[in-house]
Design a protein around this ligand. Sequence first.
Ligand code: FAD
Length: 288
Amino acid sequence: MIPAGFDYHAPRSLADAVKLLGSLGPDARLLAGGHSLLPMMKLRFATPSALIDLGKIADLRGIAQAGNEIRIGAMTTEHALHGSKLVAEKLPLLHEGVSQIADPQVRYRGTIGGDISHGDPANDHPSLMLALDASFVLAGPKGERVVKADGFFLGVYSTQRADDEILTQIRIPIPAAGSGWSYSKLKRKTGDFATAAAAVLLQMKGGTVGAVSIALTNVGPTPIKARQAEQALVGKALNDASLNQAARLAMAACSPTNDPRGTPEYKTAMAGEMTRRALQAALSRAKA
Ligand code: FAD
């Protein structure tokens, strides 16, 4: 289908983009890679009166280390993230997650900021951001604020971002040296969204779990932090009994819907299995 008509703006600075968004009001939408927004416009699920293309604002791109965190511009593409040596070295969980998003064509255009802002629980970045304890920088008419990924996602297509705010940067603390990681994603075919996926960051301490972060993709209206599973693992060795318990507790946190990827029961079981596999893979990479 052909989208409804809209005005098009391509500001060259963040200040101009914020001003435009404020003056055009909530019927205007920001355009990043367009891989989520344009299909919705073609189906007329979204009929914005104007698009504000962020593509000409160079400041919104790039990956850099600042102290103990990695800062990623919201308009950085999945392709750039995957090719970044800094991300591969300092944030291997993100590097592994990005490699499983869609396919190379989508990754050339799709941006980390668009993936997060869209608020789609099927997207992979939201749970990766929860597992990595990321924060998001939002710029609006009243200035800038920084919000934690944990709590940012409110429901399907709903986040804490106000209509007049732009996500400008993602800040991710560099995990402790020796941390293990894994993003285990079950999908029906290459390029598909997750049937269920688990992001795990793990620190071992003398043969037992020192700290662990577990977040789940596409098994509820938002990405899910599997807190009870995390709490149950701390201080324990990772063996069949503790892995089974963690998988059970992760499953208890899920509330997926029925769709062509499977029934709620199947997706919940797969979330448990992805949790188990991600924990095992993270253990094999962790240094005690
Ligand atoms: P856009 O589509 O341009 O924007 C998405 C939404 O976010 C819009 O509402 C827009 O207004 C808003 N927005 C964009 N940037 C900002 C910003 N900086 N501040 C505030 N709001 C903003 N994603 C996955 O995670 N995993 C997958 O497996 C996956 N598979 C895919 C397969 C296909 C075939 C396709 C087409 C897409 C797939 N995607 C997948 C989604 C893809 O990664 C998208 O690119 C991503 O969800 C949105 O990023 P975008 O840059 O294209 O954003």
